[in-house]
Ligand binder design. Structure first.
Ligand code: FE2
Length: 426
């Protein structure tokens, strides 16, 4: 028996150790010890190996634009939206495409190989949609890119948004987006959820809405999203992104709402780096955290994944395409500090996010595509603690990124000569 690649001695997320054999683009075997010939044998002993990171919520049309034409001084969502409005007329096909491709390079270096990005379709030129369709094709060998038709200025609030959403879907965007809390009235928001879910049902598409990204506890569009998911038979294909109003909702109402979300099979995508930064800005003290109720949703059996949302754009001045940064922040803000909860936070940025995106060829399992990441950490919890080097990234059986473990040299009398940069446990 001969394989193309044999990875020796990796630590799996469940704590076991295994060799992983790859033939062509697929995982051929995962066993405690594989003795076989291989074109390439790579020793990864002691290092965590998992399926790649997945980001179910991003804005690739805006990424890496920080400072163009100016920075967001107040740090609020509303100034970010105004700033995006200033930037939009200046966008060019080439600039959007170049920034997206640059971001995809960062993503690969971080082991992030599947991204769902919202694409603003309110500009009649549909320039970002066309640019990102090209990017989706160019990166297809190493990144699964899902494009959401996102009427970012409001389906009814922006003059041609409905028509543009349909045109963008005709061009080949994958998912139907929306932003009900940004419509002019609660009633318009409710109608937008209904109309967009019907469009998704007619076209056989998934739905992912920015939903209730506000501190207003009366913003309850998630209720309508769950209702329409039930009514139209879209279970398992709908996600509500952000859901930050739930943080501020009345507890009794939430006790009714969570079972409805669970029953409808609607997934939730909180974006902790952004929600903790942008929400609560109108508060004095106590200041709300503005993140949705993650442990409570998990306890009700609702699938929840962590999303990145923004990197260096009108809404967020930081970011590195590292889903471990996202998991780290989410763990803190949601106070998910038990071993099982921390372990689950790693699962949220890998398997749970893949399930939300309905990526059926994903996973560190025999027969699935051979895409994976090897980290300078011993287990998922250590990976979140350290946010360490990605030592090896493989996409469909090919090594696409590699780097050495980084140590720091020490000059201390009577002490070791070097220490692992991020203090990995022995
Ligand atoms: Fe977003």
């Amino acid at each position: 028996m001969s394989f193309d690649v044999l990875l020796k001695g990796g630590s799996l997320a469940d704590g076991s150790t295994a060799d992983i054999a790859i033939s062509g683009t697929k995982i051929a075997a995962i066993e405690p010890a594989i003795e076989a010939e291989a074109g390439q044998i790579i020793d990864i002993s002691g290092n965590l190996v998992s399926a790649p990171f997945v980001d179910p919520h991003f804005h690739m049309d805006a990424t890496l634009s920080y400072g163009i034409p100016r920075i967001n001084q107040s740090g609020t969502l509303l100034e970010g939206i105004a700033l995006w409005g200033e930037l939009k007329p200046q966008l060019t096909h080439q600039a959007v495409k170049q920034r997206a491709l640059d971001y995809c390079d960062w993503a690969v270096s971080m082991g992030l190989l599947a991204i769902r990005t919202h694409v603003d379709v309110c500009d009649d030129r549909l320039l970002a949609a066309e640019a990102l369709i090209e990017v989706r094709k160019e990166v297809a060998d190493y990144i699964d890119l899902q494009l959401v038709a996102f009427p970012q200025d409001g389906l009814y609030r922006s003059p041609n948004a409905l028509d543009n959403t349909l045109r963008a879907l005709d061009l080949g965007l994958d998912v139907v987006g929306g932003i009900p809390h940004f419509e002019r009235t609660m009633e318009d928001g409710r109608r937008s959820v209904t109309e967009l879910c019907e469009i998704a049902q007619q076209r056989g598409l998934q739905v992912d809405m920015h939903c209730d990204e506000t501190d207003d506890p009366q913003s309850r569009h998630i209720e309508q999203l769950a209702y329409e998911t039930q009514r139209l038979g879209l279970q398992g294909r709908v996600a509500g992104s952000h859901l930050t109003s739930m943080h501020s909702m009345d507890n009794y109402y939430v006790s009714k709402l969570l079972p409805l979300i669970a029953e409808a099979g609607v997934s939730a995508i909180p974006n902790p780096l952004i929600n903790i930064t942008i929400q609560g800005r109108h508060d004095t003290y106590p200041k709300r955290r503005g993140m949705t109720r993650v442990p409570e949703m998990l306890a009700h059996g609702i699938r929840v994944g962590w999303g990145q949302d923004c990197v260096l754009d009108p809404w967020y001045p930081l970011g590195t395409a590292d889903m471990l940064d996202v998991a780290f922040m989410g763990l803190h803000v949601a106070q998910m500090t038990s071993p099982a909860e921390m372990q689950h936070c790693y699962d949220m940025v890998t398997n749970q996010n893949a399930a939300i995106m309905n990526l059926d060829d994903y996973g560190l399992q025999v027969g699935k595509k051979a895409s994976l990441v090897v980290l300078d950490a011993g287990n998922p919890i250590e990976a979140i603690r350290l946010r360490p080097e990605r030592l090896l990234v493989m996409a469909k059986g090919k090594v696409v990124a590699r780097r050495d473990r980084q140590d720091t040299e020490l000059s201390l009398p009577g002490r070791p000569s070097h220490v692992n940069r991020r203090h990995r446990t022995p």
